[in-house]
Design a binder for this molecule. Structure first.
Ligand code: GLN
Length: 456
């Protein structure tokens, strides 16, 4: 804990930790020491972790990187962070992210950009750590903490993991409780571990998972000891390579990495087959209807009355003025865009044309996966991202749809509720990390982690 606290101070330029809690960390570390001495050491006893700012943490600022939650200090702890605490973990502080987890570059944060600790060879330009869990990825990659929580609605664990050369797992929808996690798109959001390798993710996932009566979508299923499932033996497994993920204009290096991953799995004794997921091309448009629709509803609660920021009002202003001014000041441009898109697609005249249609597409995407799993495929191998980390400012200045294209390989997994993991598997020509993604059958994170372990 002391070593990490020192690293955090030394790495201020990364802007990864946005609320530091050194006193609390020292208290918890001392308690962990005492438990160790007493011979009662749970799995994460004394392990220093960072927590994404989207998780409510008791008495500690929890703002989803938004101005609208200025000053919000919850009186309760999210289930996932409470479970990590109970497993002995030491929280070092809260991690930067895109505002309300909307983004792929950590550039929509009210705290400013988080910075990727990696640089292109011979180029000092600052790069994005990805998003929305950019602070989590930067902190783990730079060794500021041994692991971090992330959340993934459309790729926010896997894309930043790939951009920073770490491992990140998005569990099956319902594996981890969403209680106490500030909601973005409730039918897609999942918490998950981000850590240096597959083993650390496995250990964290066991602690983070489990049924919670306070989240009606959390699954009442036993939680395996995921670490114990890491044998590295994947003989006889069938891995699918989806043809629709071979995007036009995909960089040659990503193609090469994908082929290498395929060869590694074959060498380890898996059978690799070509598969088709025919509705893939509709995933991004469906996601960017469903996610904003749910967000517009979830974010309606930020009205200047119950939480955080409230605008200064003028003489004669009524309650509608208060809502409008507060929300105009409190939400950044990307969040406002999502609220507007979401409200539009849910409006009476357009509900069927957009929202209902997107839901139907979602069902078809899920069926694509169900079909290949029914055909005996155990896991699916794809690139994690269409490129390596890009420069800060490079994409955020462009049309927002350019930024949305970052999610092409990841959103299908959320729409279908499946587990997915990003594993660092190589470097590009500029020396930046690249990752591959493995997608697993629902509830088979143990198997998925083990396959990822063979890729490591
Ligand atoms: N980049 C996607 C978005 O902006 C996904 C974000 C996420 O997974 N939280 O919606």
């Amino acid at each position: 804990t002391e070593a990490c606290l020192a690293e955090i101070e030394a790495a201020d330029a990364l802007n990864a930790f946005v609320h530091k809690t050194p006193e609390l960390a020292r208290e918890r570390a001392a308690a962990a020491d005492a438990r160790l001495k007493a011979g009662d050491a749970p799995d994460l006893c004394g392990v220093p972790l960072g927590i994404k700012d989207l998780f409510c943490t008791e008495g500690v600022a929890s703002q989803a990187a938004s101005r609208i939650l200025d000053g919000f200090r919850p009186e309760y702890e999210s289930t996932v962070s409470a479970q990590l605490r109970d497993a002995g973990a030491v929280m070092l502080g809260k991690l930067n992210m895109d505002e309300f987890a909307m983004g792929s570059s950590n550039e929509t944060s009210t705290y400013g950009d988080a910075v990727n600790p990696w640089r292109r060879e011979g180029d000092e330009a600052r790069l994005t750590p990805g998003g929305s869990s950019g602070g989590s990825a930067a902190a783990v990659a730079a060794g500021l903490c041994l692991g971090a929580t992330g959340t993934d609605t459309g790729g926010s664990i896997r894309q930043p993991a790939a951009f920073t050369g770490i491992t990140g797992l998005k569990p099956t929808y319902g594996r981890c409780s969403r209680w106490g996690i500030i909601a973005f798109a409730s039918s897609l959001d999942q918490a998950g571990p981000m850590a240096r390798d597959v083993r650390d993710c496995a250990i964290m996932l066991s602690a983070m998972s489990g049924h919670d009566s306070r989240d009606s979508t959390s699954a009442d299923l036993p939680v395996p000891d995921f670490e114990a499932m890491l044998t590295g033996d994947i003989r006889g497994k069938t891995i699918g390579i989806p043809r629709e993920y071979r995007m036009e204009g995909m960089p040659g290096e990503i193609e090469a990495l994908w082929a290498e991953g395929r060869a590694m799995l074959e060498d380890a004794g898996a059978k690799v087959v070509d598969i088709s997921l025919p509705h893939t091309k509709y995933a991004l448009p469906a996601y960017y209807v469903i996610a904003p629709a749910e967000a517009s509803s979830n974010l309606a609660r930020y009205d200047g009355v119950r939480f955080g920021h409230r605008a200064r009002l003028a003489q004669g202003d009524g309650i509608t003025d208060m809502y409008e001014k507060t929300r105009a000041e409190g939400f950044g441009p990307e969040v406002q865009r999502r609220v507007m898109v979401g409200t539009y697609v849910l409006s009476a005249g357009f509900y069927d044309a957009y929202y209902n249609r997107a839901r139907k597409v979602r069902a078809l995407i899920k069926k694509d996966f169900d079909d290949v799993f029914a055909d005996g495929v155990d896991a699916i191998l794809t690139p994690a991202t269409p490129s390596a980390a890009f420069g800060l400012g490079e994409m955020s200045d462009a049309d927002p749809v350019q930024m949305y294209l970052n999610d092409v390989f990841t959103v299908t997994v959320n729409l279908a509720g499946l587990p997915g993991i990003a594993v660092p598997t190589g470097l590009d020509r500029a020396g930046l990390p690249l990752g591959l993604q493995l997608i697993g059958r629902p509830w088979e994170e143990g198997d998925l982690l083990n396959t990822a372990y063979a890729l490591e």
